[in-house]
Design a protein. Sequence first.
Length: 100
Amino acid sequence: MTWAELVTTLTALPGVTPPGAGRAFGASALKVHGRIFAMEMPGGLTVKLPADRVRELIASGAGEPFASGRGAPMREWVTVADPRTWEPLAREAAAFVGGR
């Protein structure tokens, strides 16, 4: 799945808005109810998930820690390279962020 396909698919979900003129961490971002849950980054898709889930994805080799360029990785953010995982992880991220 490409970023453009992901945007088209997920903006059909309630409360999800497409990337706008503003950028997050220099990236194009999807939001749910005004809060960022997924970003197109070099190396893949970066999503916001519960810290335990992020650790699980990193430990399994499915994801890489995400650091905003300011040092330590952010505990609720992970970057995944495999585009086959993007849609399910982005949906999971939208549910996580949208339910907060």
